[in-house]
Design a protein around this ligand. Structure first.
Ligand code: ATP
Ligand code: MG
Length: 510
């Protein structure tokens, strides 16, 4: 058998699939496209997670788009981080141009432009439906990450959550959190907390409060609160196609910690809410983290461990997570080791750092009798990638340098007017326009402090007491009972992972 036939047979045997799959493209040998050597990604193995890496401009985001489109077409819902705001074009059929035609022809495939159902979300509320989560849903670990707290301050944050949980104080928005902190540090709750958890120093609580205020000053407080995002909204279908939810973060790009943390809180909630899926034909949802280095940058060990755990566990719920970043070195080894599907675009070897990263990347690839991996990695063109995935039997495939199929929708953003029309006509956008302010920790503690002051004043100066209204006389307990418990699951579930309500009592003074 000659070299080309031998290669083609190996690729076919390795990537052929009987089940539903994504067609990625065809393998390249010595720079030639071998169109019969199809490279596929089995939907059954999408929950074994993946990595899309490569230098800037090599086609990572369009590969992400290619995957999302075919998932949607197969009825799988998708959630994507749209970092640059240039994925909304997924909603509109692409245009046939000579470059696209040439690409499809080289692969010996027909190309039909198509748009896909898209839901737009944003954290600012301006570029899509407002995504929110209550403070409670974030949990102490993620919140500490957002506020950039050190270990001691994070410990205090855990105590605050524990206290709020034990005393049924709902932490909905930042006002609730601030109130509980002041109540427990200088306020009437200081003695109580000292007894059960150790006292909170004024300087620690002062720092935390200042950091919360700084988040507010950056105009980000709308992210914390109700109506918080209902993860069921991620699982919608339109005419059998999976909805692609795009979280546009182009207007909070300089807040990587905020949006990455937000996404992790969603993942944690999905993990706690979805039932075990077992062995399934295709995933229920695939998450794509574009610019994933932002997720891991400057992270504390505890935080990284939590990500690692969640990535490992969420697989059994039928959720796939794909990271997209420039270098595999951006991803911690413990996470990288769990990514079964690898799509590596070209790497550059300009600087000593590049060379180092290239060497390490080469080492993560299985040996190939057809390629010199390092040479291939530095010579791939735009829209080409070195691929190895898990085939439908879970076996790693032959390494294949692949010429990728072009996406079928518009490669780029929709016009602002089109985005607006899409948003305005979306029931989900309308749903999250509503802000709810339930009776929460803020109200309850304000009342408690007032009651305490009133008691003191009754003792001393009964005569100058104001006429109390019947509403004011309602006891704190009654208010808790009557408070509309929004998202009851939220209170019950998002602990453990990122919630850290392990029941351990932090010792000493914080
Ligand atoms: N599969 C493909 N089919 C056709 N064209 C493609 C494909 N992949 C990439 N391209 C072309 O290459 C350009 C750059 O790709 P893309 O934006 O995906 O790069 P990137 O790796 O995400 O870059 P950055 O690191 O800057 O985000 C696209 O605008 C598109 O024109
Ligand atoms: Mg990109």
């Amino acid at each position: 058998m000659d070299r080309v036939s031998n290669f083609t047979e190996k690729i076919k045997a390795s990537y052929s699939t009987t089940g539903e799959h994504i067609y990625l493209g065809a393998a390249l040998l010595d720079g030639e496209i071998i169109s019969e050597a199809e490279v596929n990604l089995s939907l059954r193995m999408m929950n074994r997670h993946g990595l899309i890496a490569g230098a800037t401009g090599t086609g990572k985001t369009r590969t992400l788009q290619l995957l999302a489109e075919q998932l949607s077409a197969s009825g799988v819902t998708v959630f994507m981080l749209d970092v640059k705001g240039d994925l909304s074009g997924l909603n509109q059929a692409g245009f046939i141009n000579p470059r696209i035609e040439e690409r499809a022809a080289a692969l010996n495939k027909s190309y039909t432009p198509s748009g896909f159902p898209v839901e737009l979300y944003s954290l600012s509320g301006k570029k899509g439906a407002q995504m929110r989560a209550s403070v409670l849903e974030f949990g102490p670990v993620l919140l500490s990450k957002i506020l950039d707290l050190n270990q001691i301050q994070s410990g205090v944050m855990s105590v605050i959550f524990k206290y709020a949980d034990d005393h049924q104080l709902q932490l909905v928005d930042l006002n609730d959190l601030k109130k509980v902190i002041s109540y427990l540090s200088g306020g009437p709750g200081a003695a109580e907390i000292k007894e059960s958890y150790g006292s909170i120093s004024g300087s620690t609580s002062g720092t935390i409060l200042r950091k919360i205020v700084s988040i507010e000053q950056q105009g980000l407080s709308q992210i914390f609160g109700e109506k918080s995002f209902d993860i069921q909204d991620m699982f919608n279908r339109v005419d059998g196609q999976g909805v692609i939810s795009l979280l546009n973060i182009s207007d909070v790009q300089n807040q990587p910690v905020l949006f990455s943390t937000f996404l992790l809180s969603l993942l944690a909630e999905i993990f706690y809410t979805l039932p075990e899926a077992g062995d399934i034909e295709k995933p229920k949802l695939v998450f794509f983290f574009d610019e994933a280095h932002l997720l891991f940058k400057d992270s504390q060990k505890a935080f990284l461990e939590q990500i690692e755990t969640i990535i490992r566990l969420i697989r059994s719920k039928g959720i796939g997570v794909f990271f997209c970043t420039q270098s595999p070195m951006d991803i911690p080894d413990s996470v990288l080791g769990q990514l079964g599907n690898r799509i590596q675009h070209a790497l550059r070897a300009f600087t000593p750092n590049d060379v180092e990263a290239l060497k390490k990347t080469v080492n993560t690839y299985p040996r190939s009798e057809f390629y010199e991996i390092d040479r291939v990695l530095t010579s791939l063109g735009t829209g080409q990638a070195l691929i190895t995935v898990l085939n439908e039997k879970g076996i790693p495939t032959e390494v294949a340098a692949t010429h990728l199929f072009p996406p079928r929708a518009v490669m780029g953003p929709m016009s602002e007017a089109d985005c607006d029309t899409l948003m305005q006509s979306s029931p989900i956008y309308q749903k999250y326009q509503e802000v709810i302010d339930p009776i929460s920790a803020y109200d309850i503690l304000t009342r408690r402090i007032q009651e305490k002051m009133k008691e003191e004043s009754t003792d001393k100066e009964r005569e100058i007491e104001n006429k109390p209204s019947s509403k004011e006389e309602k006891s704190t307990f009654e208010e808790i009972i009557n408070a509309p418990i929004t998202r009851q699951i939220g209170t019950a579930i998002v602990r453990g992972l990122f919630g850290m309500l392990s029941g351990k009592k932090p010792r000493g003074r914080y």
